[in-house]
Design a protein around this ligand. Structure first.
Ligand code: CA
Length: 226
């Protein structure tokens, strides 16, 4: 899952980015409102985490302009503006949730997960495809009831495929969901992660669609053969 973080405070931004990356999200971090709006309008994010007091363009204006431009990406506002009127304004112009600073990291991550669920149209905190289960809160994967240990990027890759079982997810999309703009990525990184996942789960669970990307095989996930 790919998150756009918009925060002009360097140490707070660094802390939030680290927390999100540890939770298996890929993060693109921007520090002013104008760049943030351009990125939101370009699309491709699953969630925007937005500070309100920003250089060049205030967070409220960013939300307003993004919604006017037709973006429906969920927006979680983070702000030290504690007044109820600011919270109301943020929500009324199109934010989806609001968290006052300072906040607790685990509450922040729980809100991130809740917004992701809502935008995926599900209330279930677990992703379940056949006998395969993934728990974003615990960063845990199980296959036929047995826990499978996956490092962060393998976890994020499987998560992306489980979001739309049976459908092809392109290499480019997967790469964006695993790595932020500022991270160096080897051109075969996605393939390497798939290779590692195949050693830990049934090798045919992830289907290669030559020249396009990968798909989670629902029949294999259903484990019909056994
Ligand atoms: Ca600020």
């Amino acid at each position: 899952m790919r998150v756009l973080l918009v925060e002009d405070d360097p140490s707070l931004g660094e802390g939030i980015r680290t927390a999100l990356r540890r939770a298996a999200y890929s993060v693109d971090w921007m520090q002013d409102g104008v760049k943030a709006l351009a990125a939101i309008r370009d699309g491709g994010f699953d969630l925007v985490v937005l500070d309100l007091g920003l250089p060049y363009m205030d967070g409220i204006e960013v939300i307003r302009a993004a919604r006017r431009a037709g973006s429906s990406t969920p927006i979680l506002v983070l702000s030290a503006r504690e007044r109820a009127s600011d919270r109301t304004l943020g929500l009324d112009v199109g934010a989806d949730d609001y968290l006052g600073k300072p906040f607790d990291t685990s509450e922040f991550l729980a809100r991130v997960r809740a917004l992701m669920r809502r935008s995926a149209g599900t209330g279930n905190p677990l992703l379940i495809v056949g006998r395969l289960e993934l728990d974003p809160a615990r960063l845990a994967v199980s296959w036929r009831g047995r826990n499978i240990d996956l490092p962060r990027r393998e976890f994020a890759l499987l998560w992306s495929l489980m979001e739309s079982p049976g459908r092809v997810v392109t290499r480019e999309t997967l790469q964006q969901r695993l790595y932020g703009w500022d991270e160096d990525v080897a051109s075969n990184a996605v393939d390497v992660h798939v290779h590692h996942i195949r050693k830990k789960l049934p090798p045919t669970l992830i289907r290669t669609v030559r020249g396009v990307g990968f798909a989670l095989d629902e029949a294999v996930a259903a484990d019909a053969a056994t």
